[in-house]
Design a protein around this ligand. Structure first.
Ligand code: ADP
Ligand code: MG
Length: 367
């Protein structure tokens, strides 16, 4: 059959036949015809929603083809990302799987470009044709002995590099939220590639606008995945609450745009504070034990547990009693408000004191 021409490896055939329906094959043949790709020579990954193939251009460049599956079953559980997403208003055709899949592929391309523009390390998106996304291949080797770069989960990372990568991952989370105005929404060691000694973000078709009603719930779980991963590798991490504040905070730099170096410096500062807090808590716990208070729990541990469960309003509209909370902040009692920094309550407070120092990011749409 013709799929043999497209993909050499016979063992991949069963999978190929699921994905490469006649229409998808036609798209690939057109890419061959146009000279965008010269051959497709292997399957990098077979997933639930998409397969990723390695291809080579006539110039010998490595290319990744992400081919979304067009079966309707695959896309059922994606609804939670789409509900509330303004970019899909009106345009989301549940009844037509091919059209739906095309929207996902286009969305992944747009999100990749948006992240690239913001200076993030992501594969460069080349083009999308229906359910086929063409992008740079992250890997190494010559045209015949290529190898895809490993996922963070599988990467052999020198232990002494873990802390630097942890800081890098927080800078990435902040850049996605603060500069791209997006939440990745499936951020984990499975969707980050370790390439050329750095972390590259992939798999962004489900990423959502930061004002999506569930954005903060997705962000919290993105942050948790990052924190857990490096905590398990022995890094002293910031924990959920502090990281959430770091990622979403309005800005800490005045007078110029914030760079990755600024963000990394801020992480270092917060790590220093966290270490001091931990030491103080340890001392206090020791004292409590000496006084015979056996079950003295660390306050930070219970704060973290509360935060993990807390409902985080995304906008002032979602705040139960905004007026009461604003009053509290104005009286200087805002410390316990999870959202004080993010929904604009804090800026209301500041506007009273500062002289018209206009802050960025007060809820305007990014695109
Ligand atoms: P999904 O998880 O939805 O199947 P991903 O975008 O995460 O799709 O891709 C699946 C796997 O394919 C990744 O874990 C990675 O190993 C590989 N992969 C994806 N994009 C690239 C790329 N541009 N370069 C190299 N490998 C890639
Ligand atoms: Mg993935």
């Amino acid at each position: 059959g013709s799929e043999k021409v497209l993909v050499k490896d016979k063992s991949d055939r069963a999978t190929n036949e699921q994905v490469l329906d006649p229409r998808t094959r036609l798209i690939l043949f057109k890419m061959l015809g146009r000279g965008l790709i010269e051959r497709i020579d292997g399957c990098v990954s077979t997933g639930k929603e998409a397969n990723v193939y390695h291809a080579v251009s006539p110039e010998g460049q490595h290319i990744a083809l992400k081919i979304y599956k067009t079966s309707i079953l695959v896309f059922k559980d994606r609804d939670r990302y789409v509900t509330g997403e303004f970019r899909f208003k009106g345009g989301y055709a549940r009844s037509n799987p091919r059209k739906m899949v095309r929207l996902w592929a286009e969305k992944e391309l747009r999100n990749l470009r948006r992240m690239k523009t913001a200076g993030l390390l992501v594969p460069e998106a080349v083009e999308v044709r229906e359910n086929v996304l063409v992008m740079d291949f992250l890997g190494q080797g010559g045209a015949d002995e290529w190898q895809a770069s490993p996922r963070l989960k599988d990467a052999q990372i020198p232990p002494e590099q873990n802390r630097a990568l942890y800081i890098e991952i927080l800078v990435i989370l902040r850049a996605i939220f603060f500069r791209c105005r997006l939440v990745h929404a499936d951020f984990s060691e499975y969707n980050i590639l370790y390439h050329q000694g750095h972390l590259w973000v992939i798999d962004v078709s489900q990423s959502i606008e930061h004002e999506h009603p569930a954005a903060f719930d997705f962000l919290r779980s993105d942050i948790k995945n990052a924190d857990d991963f490096f905590a398990k590798r022995g890094v002293d991490t910031l924990g959920l609450t502090r990281t959430f504040t770091f990622v979403t905070r309005d800005t800490w730099v005045t007078g110029r745009d914030e760079t990755d170096a600024d963000a990394a410096e801020e992480v270092e500062r917060l790590l220093g504070l966290a270490a001091e807090d931990a030491q103080r808590e340890e001392r206090e716990q020791k004292l409590a034990q000496e006084r015979g208070e056996e079950d003295a729990q660390r306050p930070s541990a219970s704060d973290e547990a509360v935060f993990a469960q807390a409902y985080i309003p995304r906008t002032l509209d979602q705040v139960y009693d905004a007026e009461r909370d604003v009053e509290r902040v104005l009286r200087g009692e805002g410390g316990g408000l999870i959202y004080a920094d993010i929904t604009g309550v804090a800026s209301i407070h500041k506007k009273g004191g500062d002289k018209g120092d206009k802050k960025e990011g007060d809820g305007d749409k990014a695109d």
